[in-house]
Design a binder for this molecule. Sequence first.
Ligand SMILES: [Zn+2]
Length: 373
Amino acid sequence: MSNAINLGKIFGIQFRLHYSWFIIFVLITVSLSWQYFPIVYPDWSRPIYWVIGVVTSLLFFASVVAHELAHSLVARINDIPVKSITLFIFGGIARITREATRAGAELKMAAAGPACSLVIGGLFFLLHILIRNANESISAMAFWLAYINVMLAVFNMIPGFPLDGGRVFRSFLWRVTGNYKRSTRIATRVGQGVGYLFIVGGILIMFLLREWFSGLWLVFIGWFLGNAASASYRQAQWREALQGFTAAQVMNRDCPVIPPDITVNWLVQGYVLTSGHHFFLVADEGELKGILTLHNIKSVPQQNWDVAQVKEIMTPVEKLKVAHLDQDALSILEQMDENDINQMPVASEGRVIGLISRDSLIRFLRTRSELGM
Ligand SMILES: [Zn+2]
């Protein structure tokens, strides 16, 4: 999610624009200005097609923002904090730092987006009717926006997780079975199934109807939905497994300290190969300067290992996020996701006493499951 531009805050929620959004913006504008409006309304002038096309695309974008905002505000009312929303090619993804703990809250939060889109669609339709005889171009724009908002609501209500409809479906299962884990598993499986259906449908449309573009588009959406479903399932498993653990329980205490001015070659020969350690704290007379992982070492070509020093390739302390000893493990994972980092040192009373990495979290969970815990 780092490939995004910050747009600023609305109601304290950070909005970001993923680069892929520009592709869809151009596609929509071009298909409206070049195809849809000229075919349906043949007697406008060229510039009008483009002005109306661009304004329509921007209003569509505003509709997507409103949809996401509806989710977020309802989430907030139910005490589920929303940090940021990233708008990308198929709509938006809200970064909700905590999942709903009650089925009712989840249901309201999930349904708010499509409900908002339906209301916006209705309002645009009303506008279309009201000014139909006064201004054809604005009325045409309102009609398309009414249609697309209803489509947005319908698409999002497909019952495959992590679409809104999948969340509604999960909250329904959750209420009926009382089992969050099983409900998530079923909803994500349905999400993957929906993804496959889109792919198969897309391929059929391509080869039977020779509608290459529509077919490819469906395959693309299907692939995206399937991936999103699998990713949400993995994430849900992680969340559940890490629930209730603190940094102190999952961190790696066994982190050797190395001086900043030794060469990489020295480090590899003297520490890495013999000790098998993958992480090192770099400190000078007790003061933490940074951390070093195998990943840092691999970033230097082997012929330079004799000259490159540890302090040149380490991740410096200014760039590190530090976890507290009693911070819960789940929030540390979320912080790593948010900042796109793979490890965090753990500090207590100003001193680094351990390190948490994605690898060490995976090892922790795997060992527990091997022990049948
Ligand atoms: Zn939604």
